[in-house]
Design a protein around this ligand. Sequence first.
Ligand code: NAP
Length: 552
Amino acid sequence: MTEQAVISGTKSVLPKDDLDYEVIVIGAGVGGIYQIKKLLDLGIDATVLEGEPDLGGTWYRNRYPGARFDSESYTYGYSFSRELLDEWHWKERFSGQPENLRYLNYVADKFGLREHMQFDCKVERIVFDEALDGWRLYLRGDRTLSCRFVVTALGPLSTPTMPSYPGMDRFRGDSFHTFYWPEDEVPLAGKRVGVIGTGATGVQVIGEIADKVGQLTVFQRRPNWTAPLNNGPISDEEMAAIRDRYEEIFENCANSPGGFEHEPDRRGFYSLTRDERQALWDRLYDEPGFGIWLSNFVEIFTEEKANAEFSEYIANRIRQRVDDPDVAEKLIPRDHGFGIQRVPLETNYLEAYNRDNVQLVDISETPIQEITETGLRTSESSYELDLIVYATGFDALTGAYDRIDIRGLGGVSLRERWEQGPSTFMGVLISGFPNLLMVSGPQSGSVSTNFPRGIENGVDWITDLLTHARARHHHRIDAIADAEQAWTKHVADTYRGMLLRKAQGWFTGYNSNVAGHEAGTVRHVVYNGGGPKYVAKLNEVAASGYDGIRFG
Ligand code: NAP
């Protein structure tokens, strides 16, 4: 049978009652783990396919030194089980990768989820079979599976991107993207290390390894605004107090736009004096976590003048902490204000530049021309290196979908449909791609918040939707095209009035290493209305009997 025959449903190779699973979840990260738990609780025949050798997603990869939450650990963990909350002791306010991976394994083992996961299962192609009212999945290695519903839990930042400098394959030392930092220890002592990229990842690596390597050269194209993480241990007593407060903590997260306990300051930027504003900033700068970003005045995000005043405050902090004034000026962003791109939180990052063994190279002035056998060459100098670390980011949100050949009704390719940017209903469904449900998909509110808080909202809604459809014996769930258009327009509207629309980062769907992305063009990949509004909209759709969705 030809592929087209399968797609158009003229003939089916599988009888309808012969699906391998009712639901296949793709991805065993934070989203996939929670999704399979919910499906199993309902007695649904489901499995998780994971391309990596084990579970954990983001926290299975990203083993680079310094990788840790910048959400408070106790707001990042799952909220669904009181028993789990009582058992788990977060050791640090912002827990590191090894502990985070241990946590996810603990959750999977505690709830018996691992046996419902299949590892090393890379999904390469999925095709909707109309006769079957279900999906056929084609896995690397010639394996195929079928199911009624596919839930994608692919992760918003799971597709790393590399630059394309000439000579990259010539380098004789070690080199890798931070996402693929090896599991085995990478010797750093005495090594000449180059780090390319100064986003949230680069900032974490640089702060962590500066005092462990021989020589560190940072190749920075555009500086990022940063703020201190102010991490610290969580004692037994503090953990007990956190446990007592869990209900309140999750309630606070649910009520805040970002899914944190940090609430925007709504007193009004201009109703306070400059000294009063500065007093708030002095306090927030010394507090742990994202308060400096998310407990700030709302005008910071919408008004150039307010943003400029605050950006200058942070610029002065940089000038105070970095000894060499020339280096300090290079570390101050000029092309965007504070907080309109994702703010990296740092530990010892700025102080790293005060060390004799650390050098900052501004590659916007002197671009990298090629990677050589022994290092790299910019337009000005050559640098001898033993290790090159690419902290060059991700093809966010849509990248993971583009990597799978996804074919909906009539064989339509999702990659082609989304070429100019994604379009979805609620960030969960795509019209013409029935029975495909996205956890933390593009245009969902789940990706503009503290990720697990958004993931839980998304998974709960998807699970309720499946329950609704199953109870009515529906075989098909599809978004109505008009409803999708309306949601996509609404998402675009959430960029209006926000300074972030001028950013060049993943919030605006931009990555310079991805063909087709144009600097200055906004792809509406994120719903910016905040968690509470997003959840209210999800609830509204459910309460209406799922207006915007066609069942069949
Ligand atoms: P990123 O923010 O996209 O930063 C990538 C960096 O690489 C930028 O400095 C970029 O410069 C540079 N770069 C990219 N391509 C380059 C090229 N061809 N030549 C030179 N420089 C290049 O990526 P990221 O740092 O991996 O962070 C991505 C997201 O992951 C974060 O925003 C955050 O959401 C998440 N993250 C979270 C945590 C956490 O929770 N603790 C930690 C790390 C990351 P330009 O700015 O000039 O493009």
